[in-house]
Every structure is written in structure tokens, then in C-alpha cells.
Design a protein around this ligand. Structure first.
Ligand code: PMV
Length: 291
């Protein structure tokens, strides 16, 4: 059976969300496709290569997904093939989209009868297995799709579209989160107001997105990016990209942890993305062959 799940973009609120502030997060129309077939052994095939269970390598998420699935439905083996449209380590939720699509494909192939809520819980477990920490936001978005305000989990819609620019360097979430925490510990009286501003930006951003007000979103992107830079999660390469975009009258901001990874822009980018995409779903062979 074949399943697909979307990646995600953080429109507003990365880093401040760690401290309980609001964030706006959406599923995007870049997806990961996974095929699960009954087999006597375990075989995992992706762009990165072919392995068996590979808990420490590039198939860590898929390996833990199989392990957690087997705790619910004992199976002797499975062949998993994965094709992803989401650039890895870019802040676009590639790992969760992989995990969720693999779990959903296995659920269908082995008729385990898991609900979406149960798939989400398993995917959250896998995120913790691999990363040690994780808010569960990415598995949530990959499972249910849509556009959300966190922490309330309020769903809304927007027609706005953006483009993505890849800074070319991988994003290292844990390192960036640690960096911000250290800065906040050293200068609480300076950093706390920045986090409060980010909270206000996320709330204004949500209203602007809901009203499809691109020029306001663009203004808020600009302020948000300046504050992310103040937190130390931008890079000279990202600053250069932002300056180029702003010269053309648009704006761009980091999406995700920064230190590399992708930017969202109101201008032109490497690829166009739509928001509010559908969550995990089954696919047919025709779709699989066309990916
Ligand atoms: O880099 P990503 O897509 O995993 O996003 C990280 C977002 C942070 O706010 C920096 C951390 C978090 O857990 O919310």
C-alpha cells in the first residue's frame, strides 16, 4: 500500500514557541510518499540507499517507525520504499512526513486498523526515539494537514502562497535551540521582550494570513526575520539572501530553527509552496509512478 504525508512550514513563531509563545504552522504541498509491501525480511529503500533496520543511520526514522508498528502488530518483515519531495534538514518537516507516511502505508498494508490519532501518537514516539526531544508539532501537521495556530491548536485557512529558498546549508535544530536558550539565560531582560514581540507578530500574522493580506504578512516577515537575527539564528548567507529579496521589494524569513535550512519569501524562490495541504492519505500506483 502507498501513503503520502505533507511537510510543514513555520510561518511565525519558531524559537519563541519553545517558551510557550504562539506559532503559526502549516502543512505544505511538498509530500513524502511511502510504499509498504509484505516481505519475509526488512528492507528499506530510499534515495539515500538500501538498508535493513538502520537505527543510527539515514533510515533512523523509518527503522523506529517499523519497530513501533511491530509493537502493535507483530510482522516478520516489510519492504519500505520512500520517495520524498521535501529537502532533508531544511526545516520543512521531511523526517515527520517520512515517519507518518511509512506508518500509514504499513497500517493499510497489514490492516492494523490504526486511527489518525494513533498514527500521530506513534509518530510522536518515533520523533522522541530518534531525537530525544521534540514538541510533536511536525508529526501533528504531517498527520492532520492544514494551517494551525499553536499552542491552542486552532485551525484556519489562507489562500496565500509563498516561495521557498534553500540557504544551501543544513539546519541544526538542537544547536540553534541551545544557542537561543543560552542567550536568554545571559540577557533575560533583553531576550524576553524579543520573545514577547515574536508572540505578537505570530498573532498579527495569523490574522493577516486569515485575511489573505499579503502586504501585511510581508511586513511581519521582515520584522520577524530581524528578531530571529537578533537571537543569533541567522547566518551571513541567510542575511545576504534576505537583503537580495528586500532589494526587490519583497521579504523573506527563516522557517524552522535556522543556522541554515530554508527561508520563506513573498518574492520569487527555488519553488512555490501552497499552504494548508491535506494530511496523511492513501495513494494509488499511478501517483506513486508519477512522483
Ligand atoms: O527546524 P525545525 O523545522 O525542526 O523547527 C524548529 C522550531 C523551533 O521552534 C526552533 C524548535 C521547536 O521545537 O519548536
Amino acid at each position: 500500500m502507498i501513503a503520502s504525508a505533507p511537510g510543514k512550514a513555520i510561518l511565525f513563531g519558531e524559537h519563541s514557541v519553545v517558551y510557550g509563545k504562539h506559532a503559526v504552522v502549516s502543512a505544505i504541498n511538498l509530500r513524502c510518499y511511502a510504499k509498504a509491501e509484505k516481505s519475509r525480511e526488512i528492507r528499506i529503500v530510499s534515495n539515500f540507499g538500501t538498508t535493513s533496520l538502520d537505527f543510527k543511520g539515514f533510515h533512523a526514522y523509518i527503522s523506529y517507525a517499523i519497530k513501533r508498528f511491530r509493537e502493535i502488530k507483530p510482522i516478520s518483515g516489510v519492504e519500505i520504499q520512500v520517495k520524498s519531495q521535501i529537502p532533508p534538514a531544511s526545516g520543512l518537516g521531511s523526517s515527520s512526513a517520512t515517519t507518518v507516511s511509512v506508518l500509514h502505508a504499513m497500517n493499510a498494508e497489514f490492516e492494523a486498523g490504526l486511527s489518525k490519532d494513533e498514527i500521530f501518537e506513534l509518530a510522536k514516539r518515533v520523533e522522541l526515539d530518534v531525537q530525544g526531544i521534540g514538541s510533536g508539532t511536525d508529526p501533528f501537521i504531517s498527520t492532520f494537514g492544514g494551517c494551525w495556530v499553536l499552542p491552542e491548536k486552532k485551525r484556519f485557512d489562507t489562500k496565500l502562497e509563498f516561495s521557498v529558498i534553500n540557504s544551501g546549508k543544513p539546519s541544526v535544530t538542537a544547536e540553534m535551540v541551545r544557542k537561543v536558550r543560552m542567550l536568554k539565560e545571559r540577557y533575560p531582560e533583553i531576550i524576553n521582550p524579543i520573545l514577547d514581540s515574536m508572540d505578537s507578530i505570530a498573532l498579527s500574522g495569523f490574522h493577516a494570513l486569515e485575511k489573505n493580506d499579503l502586504s501585511k504578512v510581508s511586513e511581519l516577515f521582515k520584522i520577524n526575520q530581524s528578531l530571529l537575527r537578533a537571537l543569533g539564528v541567522s547566518t551571513p548567507e541567510i542575511d545576504e539572501i534576505v537583503a537580495e529579496v528586500e532589494k526587490k521589494g519583497h521579504s523573506a524569513k527563516i522557517t524552522g530553527a535556522g543556522g541554515g535550512g530554508c527561508l520563506l519569501t513573498t518574492g520569487e524562490g527555488d519553488m512555490r509552496i501552497k499552504l494548508s495541504s491535506e494530511g496523511v492519505r492513501l495513494e494509488d500506483h499511478e501517483v506513486w509512478n508519477s512522483v
